[in-house]
Design a protein around this ligand. Structure first.
Ligand code: ACO
Length: 348
């Protein structure tokens, strides 16, 4: 049994905000952001756009590709996606910035709008590792029921609406976007998602959190709120955790033989697609692991950190630009709030 990615898609808001644009609003500079993170710009959703809107666009693009359409005509794209919609059995949407708090899930909103009437739908909260967790969850749900054939896995975020603009060490790091894949259960051998490792270290839950609004710290009647729900981060703690998480995950993915593939060496790997949180984090882990720079796909310069969306956005960019070829061995590696981390081995 194999779980193959048969379509990829992404959706990034057109509004691009450069470091200099931010520097006109808050006390920061292009030089500081670039030198500390590798970020050059990020894209922000308009006020009327929520997480599901980006997730739907990415999903339709992935579904259209699964139906054989990769063009840019919206009507043709929707027609192709509509062919796939009734065949989707599961929708998993990873996000930290859902349309609504608690319920309904953003996945259910996507399910309705894309017309995937026979799909079960749920969200995953695993921070920036959400897409890595989502792929394994979807594969597991496909595996246990012979009736299920196809899953849609989406990472979607509108982080710009949950920033504290007084916290310059955090707000400059994040952007909005979504990526999606269609996963199909097939009888192929040595294809698709071959192995996934998932980890959590909940002792670090306070290093990266949205403190207010939940049952731990609910808003109180009459309370004056000057900062809404927002991402709070201990940058240094997350930095140290992240370098270790990348190193541990890649080492563990390569350590034990993979069924049908044997041992994986750096030479076998075509691409490592890391979560794009900070170029310096990836550089530090890469040096520790002694893996050449050209094996890592990076696009943080354009999009900044879109949390659960960075990996599927990268996969779609690579796929559509022809960088990913059939048979390529791809390692994903994610890390983020929770704290969570993990990675997938995929034969493209
Ligand atoms: N512009 C200008 N100066 C700034 C900015 C900014 N945007 N942010 C912080 N500074 C200043 C600080 O005020 C401080 O100044 P001071 O020395 O006068 O007090 C100085 O820069 C150094 O601040 P540090 O916080 O020590 O900077 P550091 O080198 O640690 O870099 C950073 C901060 C980039 C946030 C780093 O800690 C980091 O990358 N951490 C990991 C963050 C991350 O990747 N998070 C997401 C991962 S998980 C997920 O994706 C959800």
């Amino acid at each position: 049994m194999a779980f193959e990615i048969i379509g990829t898609g992404r959706a990034v808001p057109p509004k691009k905000v450069s470091n200099n644009d931010l520097a006109a609003q808050i006390d920061t500079s292009d030089e500081w952001i670039r030198s500390h993170t590798g970020i050059g710009s990020r894209h922000y959703a308009e006020d009327t756009v929520a997480c599901s809107d980006l997730g739907i666009e990415a999903a339709l693009n992935a579904m259209a590709m699964a139906a054989g359409y990769t063009g840019e005509n919206p009507a043709e794209r929707d027609k192709a996606a509509a062919e796939i919609a009734p065949t989707i059995d599961i929708i998993i949407l990873a996000t930290a910035t859902a349309d609504y708090y608690g319920t309904p899930s953003t996945a259910c909103i996507v399910q309705d709008k894309i017309g995937a009437k026979s799909a079960a739908a749920m969200d995953i909260t695993a921070g920036c590792t959400g897409f890595v967790y989502g792929l394994e969850t979807a594969a597991g749900l496909l595996a246990v029921n012979p009736e299920r054939k196809r899953a849609l896995v989406i990472g979607a975020e509108v982080l710009s609406k949950l920033m504290n603009w007084d916290d310059r060490g955090t707000c400059v790091l994040f952007g909005d976007g979504a990526g999606a894949v269609v996963l199909e259960k097939t009888n192929a051998e040595n294809k698709g998602i071959l192995k996934t490792l998932l980890y959590a270290d909940g002792s670090g839950n306070e290093s990266l959190l949205m403190r207010r609004g939940g049952t731990r710290n609910p808003f109180k009647k009459g309370e004056v709120i000057d900062t809404g729900i927002c991402v709070e981060m201990n940058g240094q703690e997350v930095y140290n955790f992240a370098v270790g998480a990348i190193s541990t995950t890649i080492t563990a993915l390569m350590e034990s033989p993979v069924e049908g593939l044997g041992n994986i060496t750096v030479e076998n790997i075509s691409w490592i697609v890391p979560h794009q949180a900070n170029a310096r984090i990836v550089q530090a882990a890469r040096r520790r692991l002694r893996i050449p720079e050209e094996k890592f796909y990076m696009n943080i310069e354009e999009y900044a950190n879109t949390s659960s969306a960075t990996i599927p956005i990268a996969l779609d960019e690579m796929n559509r630009s022809g960088k990913l070829k059939k048979g390529d061995l791809v390692l994903t590696v994610g890390f983020g709030g929770g704290l969570t981390y993990g990675g997938n081995i995929i034969i493209w």
